[in-house]
Design a protein around this ligand. Structure first.
Ligand code: ZN
Length: 463
């Protein structure tokens, strides 16, 4: 039981063991019913031996298929451990290097280029239109564009005759969104892990090295900042990763998506409203509360992860401790700290469970301070009739069960050197109240670290 009246409803254990959870920000009501959590988590039981191909060519995101996606906006390459970003590669250069990550437009945009043009008179920056002209001036580039539009039209159900009747000029006009659109993908290099033997060994976020994952996050942040600058009508850019088909992914090749929208979405609006009401809400109702209820899973100097509550799916939350509210304003060390914990959470859940990774941060036009945080939701159940009628969600794993599953795995992974060594796990964490410094009222000068006790008790102090 919490001492704060508002917090009293967040987690209520009934006499029979049912746990009633209320999300502090959205108000969503979620129950964990006794017994259901012990059901085994279903994973793919029909594992087949992999007919392995090197280089990989399993889907259109694979490295042999660079011309099957729209033209690249950027790619990240690695040479002897040094990462370098290349922008708007000419068609003749595309197969000269192997991309660690690629940034391309989504062929099937949720919010299209035309949406911005028709509703806002969006005019792409001249630099972007120059890049498009350059690409089209190369015959290989033009062929790539026409083929990609043909593929898109065919996938949308148009007949070959219909497609042939559209002029190249019109097809090129349709391709403007490949260069100036604001729904993008960040595509990882591998489809399966190196030396995979079975078809369930997909290359997930958790299978990367900590440095590869850090580069993935940094590259995504670069695209995020770029989209905001490119499209001044964007009120928010959602960043998410759907892993595996049950989580909404169309391909089981790792990728993140960034979508510019002219609103903020219900969840973010609720978070902003809560933070306006209590500027310290993300400390009090999220991290402090999790700490007082022993839900903290892992921590480093820059971020903290806990088993979250009040979500329809088992959810891990990772919060940045930075004073800066937006990912692109974080220092390299702060981004690395976030990345290490996000990577550790993915590694702990393994690559077989479907999940959504969702980013939340303060939109540029919001005056209320809020921290960058990432939620990882395990998509292991499907809301059904009960949820639709009652608006109460049944989540099969309560936050403490989730904590135990993840913490056990984190110790194992750290011993094996598969996650960052600097991560403190569970009882090793400092759990300092108000450790999130996003709130300008919190200066951090009060910080009371667990590690200080050794000094306080170990030395004769002169008062
Ligand atoms: Zn692939």
């Amino acid at each position: 039981m919490s001492i704060n009246k508002f917090e009293n409803n967040f987690l209520i254990r009934m006499t029979d063991g049912t746990l009633k959870q209320v999300n502090p920000f959205s108000g969503a009501e979620v129950w964990t019913v006794v017994g259901r959590g012990n059901r085994p988590i279903a994973v793919n039981n029909e594992v087949k031996e992999l007919d392995s191909h090197d280089p990989e060519d399993y889907c259109i995101f694979c490295p042999t298929q660079y011309f099957k996606t729209p033209p690249e906006k950027s790619r990240l390459i690695a040479t002897n451990g040094e990462y370098k970003m290349l922008h708007n590669l000419a068609p003749s250069k595309i197969n000269d290097t192997v991309a660690e990550f690629r940034r391309v437009s989504n062929l099937f945009e949720i919010i299209s280029y035309d949406y911005w043009v028709e509703n806002y008179d969006y005019v792409p920056h001249p630099i972007i239109m120059d890049k498009m002209s350059q690409y089209l001036s190369d015959p290989q580039g033009k062929e790539h564009i026409i083929n990609t539009i043909n593929f898109k039209l065919k996938s949308s159900g148009q007949s070959d005759d219909d497609i042939a009747s559209i002029s190249d000029e019109d097809k090129i006009r349709m391709a403007t969104g490949f260069f100036a659109g604001c729904h993008e993908l960040i595509i990882g290099k591998r489809h399966y892990i190196k030396d995979a033997e079975f078809d369930n060994q997909n290359a997930s976020s958790g299978e990367m090295t900590t440095e590869e994952h850090n580069q993935y996050i940094k590259f995504t942040i670069h695209a995020l900042k770029d989209i905001f600058i490119t499209n001044r009508y964007a009120r928010f850019v959602t960043v998410f990763q759907n892993w595996m088909k049950p989580a909404g992914a169309s391909l089981d090749h790792l990728h993140k998506q960034l979508v510019a929208i002219d609103g903020r979405g219900e969840i973010l609006e609720q978070e902003i409203a809560r933070a306006r009401n209590n500027p310290n809400a993300f400390n009090e109702y999220a991290v402090n509360f999790a700490s007082y209820h022993n839900l903290i899973i892992a921590e480093n100097d820059y971020a903290v992860a806990f088993a979250d509550f009040g979500h329809r799916f088992p959810t891990l939350a990772i919060y940045s401790k930075s004073k800066r509210n937006q990912p692109w304003n974080h220092s390299d060390e702060e981004v690395r700290g976030m990345s290490d914990l996000v990577h550790a959470c993915h590694a702990a859940m393994g690559s077989e469970l479907p999940c959504n990774e969702e980013w939340y941060y303060r939109p540029p036009d919001v005056d209320v301070a809020m921290p960058w945080h990432i939620l990882i939701k395990w998509r292991i159940s499907n809301p059904a009739g009960f949820e639709a009628v009652t608006n109460i969600y049944v989540n099969t794993i309560d936050p403490w069960m989730l904590r135990d599953k993840v913490v056990t795995k984190l110790y194992e992974l750290r011993n094996q050197g598969k996650i960052e060594k600097s991560i403190n796990i569970s009882t090793e964490c400092d759990c300092v109240p108000n450790c999130l410094l996003y709130n300008p009222n919190i200066t951090g000068t009060h910080q009371l670290k667990r590690s200080d006790l050794e000094r306080l008790r170990g030395e004769t102090l002169n008062f």
